[in-house]
Design a protein around this ligand. Structure first.
Ligand code: GLU
Length: 306
C-alpha cells in the first residue's frame, strides 16, 4: 500500500516538474540537476519505502534548522534559547529583516534565517559543528553524513543578507559572540548533505517520541520535541505554512535545496526532494508529493479515518 502510494505520488508530482525555479542566490545551488525528484518513507517499525531519485544527495538548508535547534536546546537549555528567539509565525519570507527592528532585534521564530542564526549562537560546548554532525548522523542513522563544502563556501562568500541579519541582531545586543564565527557555523549547518532517506529517518525518530526504534536509544527529550514539532506545524514552510497546514496537515520543514522532512506522529517520517521552488521558496514537487501521500494514506492531522 505505502509503496504504491509513493510510486503514484511521484507520477502525480512529475506533471509539475518544470514549474518554479532552482534557488540561485547561493550560486552553487544553481548547479543541481533541476529534474531530480525522489521520495522516501521510513516507518516507526523500521521499514523503508522509496521511489525516484531517493538516494540523490542535496543540501538540507533550512531543514537542518530543526537539528541545530534541538542541539541548542540540549546544550544551552530552553531559558537561554527563548531569551534569543520567539515561537510565533512571521507571515514574512524566510530571509526577511522587516520584523527584527519592530521586535528589538529578537527574531520571531527559529525556522526563519534570523531565528536560526540566533539559535546557533546559543549552542554551548566545544566544536559546535562536530556536535551538530554527531547529532545529525544519529538522527539520520548514517555515519557518513557530511557538510557539502562547495555549497558551504558558496553561501559563505555570498550570504550578505544573512550577515545583515546577524549584525543587526548584534547591534541590538542579541548576539554577543563574533558574528562571522556564528555565521560560519550557520552556513555549514545549512550545507548538510542528505538524501530523502536521511530526512525520512530523522522525521521518523521525531515522530517516534525521539527514540531510535532500531536501538531503543532516546535521542531527543519529549519537552524539546513538543516545541520543534509545533514549530514545524506553524512555521515550517515560511510564509506558506498556513496553506500547507490546510492542504497537507503534517509537521514539516522545507529548505531552499528542494527538500522537505515530515514527522507523522507515531507512524513514520517522510523525506521528499525536487529542486525547483515556488515563489515562497518551497519545492513545487515536494509539496505535491506530500499532499498526495497525506491524502492517500490519510495522514492529515485532522483527516477523517472513516
Ligand atoms: N542557507 C539558506 C539561507 O540562509 C537557508 C534558507 C532556507 O532553506 O530557507 O539563505
Amino acid at each position: 500500500m505505502i509503496q504504491k502510494v509513493l510510486d503514484e505520488a511521484l507520477e502525480y508530482a512529475k506533471v509539475h516538474l518544470k514549474e518554479g525555479h532552482v534557488a540561485d542566490y547561493i550560486p552553487e545551488l544553481a548547479k543541481v540537476d533541476p529534474d531530480k525528484i525522489g521520495v522516501s518513507i521510513v516507518t516507526t517499525d523500521g521499514k523503508h519505502y522509496c521511489a525516484g531519485d531517493w538516494d540523490q544527495t542535496f543540501t538540507a538548508q533550512s531543514i537542518a534548522k530543526t537539528i541545530s535547534f534541538i542541539l541548542a536546546m540540549q546544550t544551552a537549555g530552553a531559558k537561554k534559547v527563548f531569551d534569543h528567539v520567539g515561537v510565533e509565525p512571521t507571515g514574512d519570507p524566510f530571509n526577511s529583516i522587516l520584523k527584527l527592528e519592530l521586535k528589538d532585534g529578537k527574531p520571531l521564530n527559529p525556522m526563519i534565517n534570523a531565528g536560526a542564526i540566533a539559535v546557533v549562537s546559543c549552542i554551548e560546548g566545544d566544536d559546535p559543528i562536530g556536535q551538530f554532525l554527531a547529532l545529525a548522523r544519529r538522527l539520520c542513522r548514517r555515519d557518513t553524513i557530511e557538510i557539502d563544502q562547495a555549497v558551504y563556501r558558496s553561501e559563505k562568500a555570498t550570504g550578505m543578507r544573512n550577515r545583515a541579519l546577524a549584525y543587526f541582531m548584534q547591534s541590538e545586543g542579541l548576539i554577543e559572540q563574533n558574528v562571522e564565527e556564528v555565521l560560519d557555523i550557520y552556513f555549514q549547518i545549512c550545507s548538510l548533505s542528505v538524501t530523502t532517506q536521511d530526512l525520512a529517518t530523522c522525521g521518523m525518530i521525531l515522530a517516534n517520541d525521539g527514540v531510535d526504534p532500531f536501538t531503543g536509544e532516546r535521542l531527543v527529550d519529549n519537552s524539546i520535541l513538543r516545541v520543534i514539532k509545533s514549530l514545524m506545524v506553524t512555521c515550517g514552510l515560511y510564509d506558506g505554512s498556513g496553506e500547507f497546514a490546510v492542504r497537507v496537515g503534517l509537521p514539516t520543514k522545507s529548505g531552499v535545496g528542494g527538500g522537505m522532512m515530515s514527522a507523522v506522529e507515531g507512524k513514520m517520517g517522510i523525506g521528499v526532494f525536487s529542486p525547483r521552488l515556488d515563489e515562497k521558496g518551497n519545492s513545487v514537487c515536494s509539496y505535491h508529493m506530500l499532499e498526495y501521500i497525506s491524502n492517500h494514506l490519510k495522514l492529515h492531522y485532522f483527516s477523517s479515518h472513516n
